[in-house]
Ligand binder design. Structure first.
Ligand code: SF4
Ligand code: SF4
Length: 152
């Protein structure tokens, strides 16, 4: 009797599985063939942290006020200050340790100059830990072409 019940259960579960297979068999595949195909991330997604610049002059918006550095909960940001030819305070060094960053977005939220942003880019895995130290030039490259958006 036990073997009859187990056989019926087995057939039932097999048909149940087949039903799911048949249901999805005729639907288009949703799997992306990465890296040939890439997912377009939503603008609000918290990807890499980048620095924003003025699209006309190409100069960074950052005034080296250090607010983001002080607010970063894991101390992933290191900034040193200098002055430009007009005597304006600008960042000399601006480094973000992407390996330390927890992608909380506090730096973006606390920046009063719309100078730093979570950019919807996610491809920065590497075998070399040093590559996770994102310096000013790299951060500017990450943020290039992106604008600050005030989210409500
Ligand atoms: S996202 Fe958060 S952890 Fe990362 S640099 Fe900004 S404040 Fe620091
Ligand atoms: S990114 Fe913003 S908060 Fe950070 S130092 Fe520059 S201006 Fe200040």
């Amino acid at each position: 009797m036990n073997i009859v019940k187990r056989t019926i259960d087995g057939i039932y579960n097999l048909l149940k599985g087949m039903k799911v297979t048949i249901r999805y068999f005729f639907k288009p595949a949703i799997t992306l063939q990465y890296p040939k195909e890439r997912w377009t991330m939503p603008e609000r997604s918290r990807g890499m942290v980048g620095l924003l610049s003025d699209p006309e002059t190409g100069k960074l918006n950052c005034t080296a006020c250090l607010i983001c550095m002080r607010n970063c909960p894991v101390r992933a940001i290191q900034i040193t200050q200098t002055k430009d030819e007009a005597g304006k305070r600008v960042p000399d060094e601006f480094v973000i340790e992407a390996g330390l960053c927890i992608y909380c977005g506090i730096c973006e939220e606390s920046c009063p100059f719309n100078a730093i942003k979570m950019i919807p880019k996610y491809e920065f895995s590497t075998y070399d830990k040093k590559q996770l130290t994102h310096k000013k030039e790299r951060l500017a490259e990450i943020g290039k072409g992106h604008k600050y958006t005030k989210w409500s």
